[in-house]
Design a protein around this ligand. Sequence first.
Ligand SMILES: [Zn+2]
Length: 637
Amino acid sequence: MTILALWVLGAAAAGVNQGSVKTLVDSCGFFPQLSADGQWLLYSPTDATSLMLKNLSTGQVTTVADKNYPGFDAIIGGDGKVYYVTQQRKKNGLVYRTAHCYDPSTGKSQVVLKPQHGRVQPLHASYGVVINGERQVYRSGNSVGAYCYTRGTSLVVVDATGNSRTLEPVKRSNGYLWASLSPDGKKILFEAASRGLFVCDLNGRIIGNLGEFLMPSWYNDEYIIAMSNAGNTRTNGSRIWLLSVDGETCKPITPKDERAVQPMVADGKVVYTVQYSGEVKQMELDIAPAVLPTVPRDKGVVEKLKNAPKKDIPRVFINPGHGGHDSDDRHVPTWVIGVQDTMHYYESNSNLTKGLALEEILRDKGYETAMSRHTNTTEDDLDLFEIVSLAANSGADIFFSIHSNATGIAKRVNFPLGLYRGWDGQPAVEGSLQLSNAVMKHAATNKLAVWTHEERSRGDWSFYTNWGYRVGLGVLRYNKLPGMLSEGSFHDYLPERERLLNDSYCWLEAWNQSLGIDDYFSLSKKFKKGVIAGTVRWEDLTRQDNDTILFGDDELRTVNGALLRLYNSRGALNRIFTTDDLDNGVFVFTNLPPDKYKLELYYGDNKLYNTVKVNVKRNQTSYKNLMLRQDQKPKKH
Ligand SMILES: [Zn+2]
């Protein structure tokens, strides 16, 4: 260890100069970015609708942009210019993103990358800025030096000559985020969603495992600033932390109750936001800051990528809610008559079953998808900042979060609820209300469920008004994709929970979601296959669960072990479905070509009780609920 390193460590141990904390912006200062010289602060309000630049010497605030959601992912380059991305949703639902450069010395903005589909992300490079698109890339000069970025489960390093390499330093991650090169260009700092913060060398060899922290920035080549978030199992609370690559330093530098988030470092200063209020604070540390090279003010260059996709394909980011059977998951032990045992309903399970089904259905229909989890472990319970950042990174056209609902009180209801960010009827991000309405419309057509109320779409700011002004759901909070959270039904209503224990029922919910998504992207007429779904119930056998509130046909016992045979119009047996033992009577036939089908209901010793006709239309669900009577005589066949 050199003398210099000892001095740095000693200084870190001396701690933070708390006296130097000051407020830079009183409110609405989310995702603060400080310029390399510490003179300018960039930030945006909680709905990303504008981008503000404050001159910290004069106190003057300028609106850089106020159209098409310029906030959240903007940066100030080493050249002192502001780089930001706006988005526009076309009639067909596709989102096109445009990159801009604003020069504070002239007060003028110019478009540097024309609208393109997919992810468009401003990044710091060693000697400039790169705006990374999937079709076109902008560089602030001819030689911007090295940089790195993340895309899905890839960490990509681009060297000074423009050669890129894909690294996979951490296995089993739900995606990489927030990658940056150290000031000396020798190390990469990144977060592996669900796994934590890591430092690796340029070959992807892990040098440091820093724990469950988010949104990291290099302070210098040895020290890192990052945040923990409320709900984080290790740190329990939203705070800013000082970490060292060698793991020796790991301590919070903001008070426990301040709810500090979104840290960023420049000029030896740490800026961060206070959650909800958006107050921006700045803190100085007793540690030597990084010495950064001077970045030239160059003429930018645009490169068209040769291997860019030919077509713009709708892209959906799917977020199956919760993860693992702990913390915030909702677990309801359920006595099931059919198996004479207690089954364990977990919302994380049915959310994942629906999510995996939706992913497969959408891919079959030709959509592109990205997803926040594919398994259901404790590590899959991602932080809300991770989910939002993975969604942004995916370059998706919509964000779609899958949940089920519960009243939380003794009252029982059952209806589909779509939540989007914003006020009722006034979504924070344009398109979200259309998406929610389209998905809820199809959810409510589900005739297997007994609905107590009509479906509805609500703005989360109005719905959770007691949480505070414009607080709303965490997973929608910093999301500027058109998006929604689907509370498909109420799992604390017993018959609905019994249905949600059935994977085919979860599949049906996902299928109906896909119909809403097709409507949203004006693609409904494009797809050919249809679905038949229904339940089998005992017409003359009511449920005897004394302490359970039941509605409509849910008062009837369902038929476990009913056999359904489906024949097409040529009389060929298409498929067989047997209802399960979990007291739901659910049957679902998927992927059916449009046709006039014959559905036969068998029960007991392969005895035929009923034959019905079902018409399948393209890209629709045909419902057929069937009844049996205990005294019913089987038909001859
Ligand atoms: Zn949930």
